[in-house]
Design a protein around this ligand. Sequence first.
Ligand code: SAM
Length: 204
Amino acid sequence: MDKQKLIRKFDKQSAMYEENTRKRMWGAWRRQLLQNVEGDVLEIAVGAGANFPYYNMERMRLTAVDFSPMMLQRARKIAAELRVQAEFIESDIETLEFPRHAFDCIVSTLSLCGYDDPVQVLRKLGQWCKPGGRLYLLEHGLGKNPALKSAQRLLNPVARRMSGCHWNRNIEQLVLDAGLQIERMERHWGGMIHLIWARASVMI
Ligand SMILES: C[S@@+](CC[C@H](N)C(=O)[O-])C[C@H]1O[C@@H](n2cnc3c(N)ncnc32)[C@H](O)[C@@H]1O
């Protein structure tokens, strides 16, 4: 899908994402995933700041990226309310570059569904992380049950058109294909929701 069209699609959903942030949607999973995030931290596809309530700002410096101006506007508002200090960058993650080994931790929640080439994005995350740095992922993808997977694959074109999200991604395989080491993984809701604690390879 054309990038400008995709950005407009996410712009339009930004009010809903702000509401979800205020409702602390999926808060238990976010809290569990993000409790040890520290140091120089990059959050990609930050949306309306859904993870901000779970960060301990005393032990981190945050850089937050999204390509949707409306999402960033709402993320800035939530950050001000929660006293979260961050550098916000409006950019497409797929074309953005950071120096190698720039971050201690990288956070991605509900973002791998949106990219044209999620493996290439994950490879870049591995390079942006310091050697042995940590990646924290909360992503939706294909479930475990064959019938559920078939339904997700069937509905994928509709989901992409309506929300900009792919429903047919094998999240674990994408992470492995990018050369990242999975240290721990939990799956919920029939296996669709993935919580992944991964490490960048020390070889990158
Ligand atoms: C499903 S929302 C998730 C938002 C937030 N991370 C959360 O957990 O609620 C996906 C976000 O990814 C952003 N996004 C999608 N593709 C992107 C890209 N190529 N570059 C930057 N941001 C992107 C969208 O603008 C949107 O804010």
